[in-house]
Design a protein around this ligand. Structure first.
Ligand SMILES: Nc1nc2c(ncn2[C@@H]2O[C@H](COP(=O)(O)OP(=O)(O)OP(=O)(O)O)[C@@H](O)[C@H]2O)c(=O)[nH]1
Ligand SMILES: [Mg+2]
Length: 341
């Protein structure tokens, strides 16, 4: 299951205080109590929106507050209610109380609303306390504080781009360079045991989600290595980025690596190999022999697949690859079928 996560702080508005006042009018010797009530504090309300696919906007904006209610005034004037604060969140967001871990709400449909912090109650003014035997009350209440909460938001994401390739090809290193994801990286195969997700922001406002999954080896469909079960996590992606280690250190041939991974993808599902694919020559900083890169490039050309060269160590080619991914994601239709979680 793909998860993106943020923590936010919400504070509803405090209720306004009730007022203590007595009417003072010319020719009216004993005016009664006239302190108005305070206004209610504004709520903080989360609203599920179709226009958001990530929790990224919360990272830059982690605090949300409702407006406080105004205090009551003399002449029985009630204070204004505080304005509620609405915050948009993607459909699929689950809201937890960050302190207790309790699940507060699961947003499943667009337009769904949920109050995450209730505004404070208003305080009553002294006019409210008058009775026939108690005509000059001085009691009046303070407004109550609004709810204050720390929330943890979780989003079950579907990735747009899947990274595939041999173990050790540099998939996790790549996602760590282009997103905030910090997966384990190590110089041995099968470092990644579970999919990692990263949200990548392209130049403008656009962002997309990349899934880094375990590596594939020959015979994976027979259970070799980590098998192919985890490939279901990328069945709904719009695009695959196929990383091939072109450095000498791999001890294998890039073109052969490519074909082996394609065979494994195909034996898992025909639809995987039919997805748009970008071929990525990885670790070019460590490739002494230019032929290793050239042969892979030729293969990509023969198959009419876009080809990019990168080094996650020097950063070469990363911006171009990011842009190419963003454009391909934009162009490819959303994949509706075959979802498994
Ligand atoms: N020289 C060089 N080394 C790299 C580059 N990218 C990754 N590496 C190294 O390659 C090794 C494997 O990197 P990972 O990112 O863990 O590879 P992976 O594809 O995620 O591997 P698995 O999770 O095992 O499938 C690490 O030692 C990285 O430091 C690169 O661009 N250049
Ligand atoms: Mg990895």
């Amino acid at each position: 299951m793909f998860i993106d996560e943020v923590r936010i702080y919400v504070k509803a508005g405090n209720g306004g205080n009730g007022c203590l006042a007595f009417r003072r009018e010319k020719f009216v010797p004993r005016g009664g109590p006239s302190g108005g009530d305070g206004g209610r504090g504004g709520d903080v309300i989360m609203v599920a929106s179709e226009h958001h696919n990530t929790l990224l906007h919360f990272r830059f904006n982690p605090e949300h507050k409702g407006q406080r209610g105004r205090h009551g005034e003399g002449s029985n004037r009630t204070g204004h209610e505080g304005e509620s604060k609405e915050i948009a969140t993607p459909v699929g967001t689950m809201v937890y109380d960050a302190d207790t871990g309790e699940l507060l709400h699961d947003f499943t449909t667009a337009g769904d609303r949920f109050i995450v912090a209730h505004g404070g109650k208003r305080g009553r003014g002294n006019a409210r306390f008058a009775t026939s035997t108690h005509q000059a009350p001085t009691e009046h209440e303070e407004g109550k504080p609004g709810d204050e909460r720390r929330l943890r938001l979780e989003l079950k994401l579907l990735a747009d781009v899947g990274l595939v390739g041999f173990p050790n090809a540099g998939k996790s290193t790549l996602i760590s360079r282009i997103s905030a994801a910090r997966p384990k990286i190590a110089d041995y195969p099968f470092t990644t045991l579970e999919p990692n997700l990263g949200v990548v922001s392209a130049d403008d406002d656009r962002s997309f989600v990349v899934a880094d999954i375990p590596g594939l080896i020959e015979g994976a469909h027979l259970g070799h290595g980590l098998g192919t079960q985890f490939l279901r996590h990328i069945e709904r992606t719009r695009l695959l980025a196929h990383l091939v280690d072109v450095s000498e250190a791999s001890g294998r041939d890039p073109v052969e690596d490519f074909e082996i991974v394609m065979t494994e993808l195909k034996s898992f599902s025909e639809s995987l190999v039919e997805k748009p694919m970008i071929v990525v020559a990885a670790k070019i900083d460590a490739a002494q022999d230019p032929d290793r890169i050239a042969s892979l490039e030729r293969l990509a050309r023969d198959r009419h697949l876009p080809f990019y060269k990168i080094s996650s160590v020097t950063g070469e080619g990363l911006d171009a690859l990011k842009r190419a991914m963003a454009e391909a994601v934009l162009k490819s239709p959303e994949v509706k079928t075959g979802q498994t979680e």
